[in-house]
Ligand binder design. Structure first.
Ligand SMILES: Nc1nc2c(ncn2[C@@H]2O[C@H](COP(=O)(O)OP(=O)(O)OP(=O)(O)O)[C@@H](O)[C@H]2O)c(=O)[nH]1
Length: 421
């Protein structure tokens, strides 16, 4: 098979005053580009306090970018910030090449990774909303999208995209996708309600992309000893775009639901956060958040900040949180195993997973009570419920019904108080 040629890019970053994370952001931009097979062949940076309205960077810098572009035989230029429609247009005109910004890059990655119908619709929506004000002037960038639902423009050539897609058509597509997403959302709500009715506590993994959420989920499933399909876990940005939910049954029969969802990244496009809202909302209803942090990365505090800000943006408030500092095998720091609301683990090797499970148990089952109930024989459905949703310690029978010694949540205990023995 013929090896596909990788596109070469020049990256451009503008460092504003007091931006301590600039170097890291540029490194991340390179990784984001690599995630859609774009090779970085040159980096141009500028210290600027005020952005140049027309071309984002100054005229001299644009020239420098142009020269480097020629010298490195690059295919496109990628800016670290979101550019305005006219800036993209002006830059493309001067540089005579395709210009992308960080937002387009992230959208392109999401588009490639989207697997489920819902994720595809969400990415399509974000892309169309991003495109709408930029109809005139975009070069080939949108043709980089790989997945999508086939919302209408993905199979078209670059020139055609620019010419044919008028605002009306895009607005129509946006409404159609929104309608479709509403239907998917109501199905998701129904599923969530059903889960809530199940009464099992929900534990949600959140964190910066590549922090190790899927690895932790797989390890917990393994320790729980259930034959389970492994979650896709890979050293690539945004491997997980959809929410996966697993029912975890521990050795002592206690059960909870574990959810894993899309990872965060700095400057996650607003359209994308909005489009993925319903997926991300799963975290809002959780009983416990496991905020996973790649502590081997020097910028881990910055990543935690971004994650917390994104959680705020989607309205996740007041959910008890345990900070899980992962990849401690690679962190060259002394660390406590557990301190306050932090736990240090190395999920890849399974180190710290039993402790993590203990912490989860301490938190989500803390209001659990041990009771003895007598369930009349004709109410077999309650016995079934308890067998699946409570920790049944003992079952006996007398002439009036089934006697069950169970550990169950305060909510269930209140609900079933009339059966107290
Ligand atoms: N050294 C080391 N690597 C780890 C550890 N845990 C996970 N990794 C690696 O980190 C990479 C990312 O792990 P994932 O579990 O896919 O991360 P994620 O948070 O689900 O990523 P997204 O899907 O991007 O949100 C993989 O290559 C893992 O093997 C660890 O404890 N130590």
């Amino acid at each position: 098979m013929e090896q596909q040629k990788r596109d070469k890019a020049i990256l451009v970053g503008v460092q504003k005053q007091l931006d301590h994370h600039f170097d890291y952001e540029m490194e991340e931009l390179e990784n984001l580009a690599a995630a859609i097979d774009i090779e970085t062949v040159g980096i141009v940076t500028q210290n600027l306090e005020r952005i140049h309205a027309g071309t984002y960077v100054g005229t001299g810098k644009v020239e420098e970018i142009g020269l480097l572009f020629e010298a490195m035989e690059a295919d496109l230029v990628i800016f670290n910030d979101e550019l305005s429609p006219s800036q993209i247009r002006n830059l493309e005109a001067v540089l005579e090449c395709e210009v992308m910004d960080r937002t387009m890059l992230i959208l392109a990655i999401f588009s490639r990774r989207a697997k489920t119908r819902e994720a595809k619709l969400q990415v399509d929506l974000a892309q169309l909303q991003y495109m709408l004000p930029r109809l005139v002037g975009l070069r080939a960038s949108l043709s980089r999208q790989g997945g999508g639902t086939g919302g209408g423009f993905k199979n078209r050539g670059a020139g055609e995209t620019k010419l044919e897609l008028d605002r009306r058509k895009i607005e129509e597509q946006i409404s159609r996708i929104k309608r479709e997403l509403e239907t998917v959302k109501s199905q998701r709500d129904t599923q969530r309600k059903r889960r809530q009715k199940q009464g099992l506590p929900v534990v949600s993994l959140v964190g910066y992309t590549n922090a190790g959420k899927s690895t932790i989920m797989n390890q917990i499933m393994q320790v729980a000893g259930k034959e389970q399909k492994q979650v896709f876990e890979k050293d690539m940005l945004f491997a997980t775009l959809e929410t996966s939910v697993r029912q975890v049954k521990l050795e002592d029969q206690k059960q909870f639901l574990l959810t894993d969802t899309v990872g965060f990244v700095s400057k996650l496009p607003t359209h994308l956060v909005k489009a993925f809202r319903s997926t991300l909302e799963e975290a809002r209803d959780a009983d416990l958040l496991l905020h996973v942090v790649d502590v081997s990365n020097e910028e881990y505090r910055y990543m935690m900040d971004i994650t917390n800000k994104t959680l705020d943006q989607i309205g996740v408030e007041d959910v008890p949180t345990l900070y899980v500092f992962n990849k401690s095998d690679k962190a060259d720091r002394e660390y406590p195993v557990y301190q306050d609301d932090q736990l240090w683990i190395a999920a890849k090797e399974g180190a710290g997973i039993p402790e993590l499970i203990d912490q989860i148990k301490d938190r989500v089952f803390q209001d659990y009570q041990t009771l003895m109930l007598r369930i009349p024989f004709e109410q077999g459905e309650i016995v079934d419920y308890l067998n699946t949703h409570a920790n049944v310690l003992e079952t006996e029978y007398d002439e009036q019904g089934t006697l069950m010694t169970v550990e169950l949540s305060a909510k269930d205990a209140a609900r079933l108080s009339s059966y107290l023995h």
